[in-house]
Structures are given as structure tokens and as C-alpha cells.
Design a protein around this ligand. Sequence first.
Ligand code: NAD
Length: 262
Amino acid sequence: MLPLRNRAAIVTGSTSGIGLGIARALAAQGADVLLNGFGDAAEIESLRADLERRHDVRVRYSAADMSRPDQVRALAQQAEAAFGRVDIVVNNAGIQHVAPVDDFPEEKWDAVIAINLSSAFHLVKAVLPGMKQRGHGRLIHVASAHGLTASPFKSAYVAAKHGLIGLSKTLALEVAEHGITSNTICPGYVKTPLVEKQIADQARAHGIPPEQVVRDVMLSHQARKSFVEVDELAALAVFLASDAAASMTGTAIAMDGGWTLH
Ligand code: NAD
């Protein structure tokens, strides 16, 4: 039997990029999945139906805005109503804003903290009672190399990602005896739509070609000199969600091609 058969997962921000890769991988291992995120309604429905058919699992979608605590709670309720349980939560939704602190718009600070950090608190709070009752749960948070180290002009993002690791460690201590683990994945640069936009923005800002942004700015610290692949991160999430990772908790795992070794 597939390792995640009869497990149910929520993956926030899973209409694109890393979250979508993780949702696909969890479904491929037999898990029911609640998708979430923004995008074209017809495309999301075709993705949902395709995953369901391909892997013989139940796949649902919530358009909840992760910056809104009431909508985060509604998403958790939707998953519990659809699947009768939530075993795996992947807090992945995230946005970026790049500006010096003295020029950082307050509303951007609030949005980055709300989506990248506070949504994880609200979602975990909503699913924990059920996980405790069943004596099993997997909390997986997608932070960043920026959860372990800093770069200029990314104050809100760096603060949120460091905060997410702190939340995960605290959770790990609080829920360990209930069979629930909490771990953080810290990717280096992955070529998703979020990063494609940054390449274009930085090329414009520095007046340099996109290839130079990739080589001299993005991958300068990534010893491997290549982007991290979505599939690599998805495989790590599958492992963390599996029974084999029962004793692994409170960790912040860098998958960053060597970036945070500096
Ligand atoms: P992406 O832009 O491709 O996907 C982001 C997803 O989040 C999308 O599905 C989007 O619709 C969703 N989303 C955005 N705002 C939302 C909101 N308010 N409510 C609900 N959903 C929302 O980005 P990605 O690169 O796949 O990033 C995913 C996560 O990985 C983020 O937390 C990001 O910080 C982190 N990360 C990315 C990289 C990278 O290089 N791409 C590196 C380290 C960490």
C-alpha cells in the first residue's frame, strides 16, 4: 500500500511552484489533498480533477486568503469536513517584498508577516485538536535559507521565516507526546514564479541582464551554482510526512545547495 494512503493533507499556496510540487507528491503517495492558493479558476479545477484521477485520491480546493485568519480557519474546517481528518499540514504559502527598511511600506510588512508566518499559527491551531485526538500529525513548514540567514532589503521576509522556524521548534516541544512532529524545510533559490519575478525586478533595478542576476546575485552563495528543484523539496516533504520520520522533530532542514554554509 502507498505510504500515505488514508492520510489527508492541507498544502497552503499549492496552485503554483513548491506548494504545487509538494501537493502532487503527497497525492502520488496516496494522500487526499486540499489545495489552496490563487489563480485561474478553470486551471485550478483541471489541476484538481487531474490529480484526483491520476492518483485515485480525493482532492479539494479552497480559495482561502492566508492573510485572513477567519479564512484560514474555514479552510481547516473544509478539509476536516471533506476528509474526516487532517494528518499533514504544509504551511507553504508565501510572498516576498524587497525594499530597504526605511522605505518598506507598512502594508507590505503586515502582508508578508500575515501570509508567511501568522497563517501557519492560525492553521496549526485549528488542526491540532483533531491531530491530538488521533495521536498523529505532521506539521511541515516551508521557510527558506532566509529563515537561517539574512539578506539586505528583505526584512519582513527574513523576520517571518526566522519566526516560522521558531514557531516550529515551539510546536515540536508542545506536541511531541501526541505523536505529532513539526519540521521546517529551508530551500535555497528555486526557479518558481516567485523567483522569476525577482529575476526580472532585479535585472531592471541593477540594469543588468537576467543571466547576470541569476549568476552574481542569486546563486552567488549557493555553492552548487544551480537552482534547487521543486521535486527535491517535494521528496523531502513526503519523507517528513511519512512514518519513517516519526522521531524527527523541531528540525530546520536546509536544502539550499550549500548557501547557508557561509
Ligand atoms: P509561488 O509564487 O510560485 O507560489 C506561491 C503560492 O502561494 C501560490 O499558490 C500563491 O497563489 C499562494 N499565495 C500567495 N499569497 C497567498 C495568500 N494570501 N493566500 C493563499 N495563497 C497565497 O512561490 P514559491 O516560490 O513556490 O514559494 C512557496 C514558498 O516557498 C514560499 O513560502 C516561499 O517563501 C518559499 N521559498 C521559495 C523559494 C524560491 O526560491 N522560490 C526559496 C525559499 C523559500
